[in-house]
Design a protein around this ligand. Sequence first.
Ligand code: FES
Length: 147
Amino acid sequence: MPAMRWTGEMSQITRRSFLKVSTQALLAASGMLGLGALLRYLGYQASPPPITQLDLGPASAYPPGSRTLLPDVPALLVHTEVGFSAISLVCTHLGCTVEPTPQGFACPCHGSEFDPGGLPRRGPAEKPLPSLQVEQDAEGRLILHVV
Ligand code: FES
């Protein structure tokens, strides 16, 4: 059996083999990444639908004259001698959450101000804060309609 000698041709074959194996490894890795992305896409679950009604509990929990911040909505529940009302705290400019102030509401994002009834007093917001429907069910619980 002849002894193997290191030649330039052998070196080229080795390089070629190395490049072939490297290319196959890169293709396999990119295929695995693509497969992972596909599996993530197929397993995607849309977020749950937004809450449209919120049970606020017994109406007796909100005494006349109370103003209750509902941060999860966000909204402000107001109980006056006329009854219950709620106002959305989503700014009508670009959707930031406005904050109650002694003069009404103020938006921290771009400076819009609203009067206590939600009407715009200072822009850039031009539309009033939306009123939300509040009703009392047969059991005396308050139901807030968010949308
Ligand atoms: S989002 Fe409220 S003023 Fe712009």
